[in-house]
Design a protein around this ligand. Structure first.
Ligand code: PMP
Length: 292
């Protein structure tokens, strides 16, 4: 197998040499931010949107990224080129960098930037046809005035706790509510429901990441004239929906066939979900930054 090259603070190093300090506050405290991005047929899908979200997250947590926007773009492209990657997954991480054992980010001299590109273990085509089983979980989404879910931070403990719950329930994905009982998102995906021809997704202010795939689906719906609303809803609305699907960089658009033991619609991916997946896949190698 060809060598895997990882970008680490301006150097390209092998996987074995790609190590960070145990004093890095990303490791000690989850102090940092990240992006998950896809390259499809040589095109970094929605590159600008991902970098915008990264730089916005950095600004929000007062983390100075040591690379300009253009330098970051170049580092992404060069990492993909060195790995001869046309199709795959890109993990871009900016941690606060090494400091001391205290919390204070002022003790961290310089943020660390890491870019890892890998082949993606995606869901099988069978999963896209048949949908996932999901459960609602008791762990609530972080409230926006504690840690705003719009910040794509390295602190994923909230999401990991719900993943543990869904694993215990034998489900493929978890559905998180906020403290008021409104549905927010999955552990690593945004959520949509369809009822009587109307597609609804929760507004991000309820406590959801402003997903790039979510936004791409909203744009497709607008273009194709689907009725779409951003409105709060509850688990009841999920149980009685005609279709439910999740969106995310890794998952793309994937149906949910069963939630908390309730069969959704026909118990398979519904026609609108499949159409949206098809439309989504038709734009992924066009809308973005061309590398190859
Ligand atoms: N919500 C959470 C919590 C996530 O981790 C992700 C994956 N980044 C998403 C939603 C989907 O976002 P995107 O479409 O930008 O990948």
């Amino acid at each position: 197998m060809a060598e895997q090259w990882i970008y680490l603070d301006g150097q390209y190093v092998t996987k074995e040499k790609a190590t960070v300090s145990v004093y890095d506050h990303g490791f000690l405290y989850g102090d940092g931010i990240f992006e998950g991005i896809r390259i499809y047929n040589g095109n970094i899908f929605k590159c600008k949107e991902h970098l915008d979200r990264l730089y916005d997250s950095a600004k929000s947590i007062m983390l100075e990224i040591p690379l300009s926007y253009e330098e970051m773009e170049e580092a992404l492209v060069e990492t993909l080129r060195r790995n001869e990657m046309r199709d795959g997954y890109i993990r871009l991480i900016v941690s606060r960098g090494p400091g001391n054992l205290g919390l204070d980010p002022n003790r961290c001299e310089k943020a660390s930037v890491i870019i890892i590109v890998e082949q993606l273990a995606i869901y099988s085509e069978e999963a896209y046809k048949n949908g996932l089983k999901a459960v609602s979980v008791s762990t609530r989404r972080n409230i926006p005035d504690a840690l705003n879910p719009k910040i794509k931070s390295l602190n994923y403990l909230n999401n990991i706790l719900v993943k543990i719950q869904s694993n215990l329930a034998g489900a493929g994905e978890a559905i998180m509510m906020n403290a008021q009982g409104y549905v927010t998102e999955g552990s690593g995906d945004n959520i949509f429901i369809i009822k009587n021809g109307v597609i609804t997704t929760p507004p991000c202010y309820l406590g959801a990441l402003d997903g790039i795939t979510r936004q791409a689906i909203i744009e497709i719906c607008e273009k194709r004239g689907y009725k779409l609303k951003e409105e709060p809803f509850t688990m009841h609305d999920i149980y009685v929906a005609d279709e439910v699907f999740l969106t995310g960089t890794a998952a793309e658009v994937i149906a949910v066939r069963e939630v908390d033991g309730r069969i959704i619609g026909s118990g398979q991916a519904g026609p609108v979900t499949l159409k949206l997946l098809e439309e989504f896949r038709s734009i992924v190698d066009q809308d973005g930054l061309k590398v190859w």
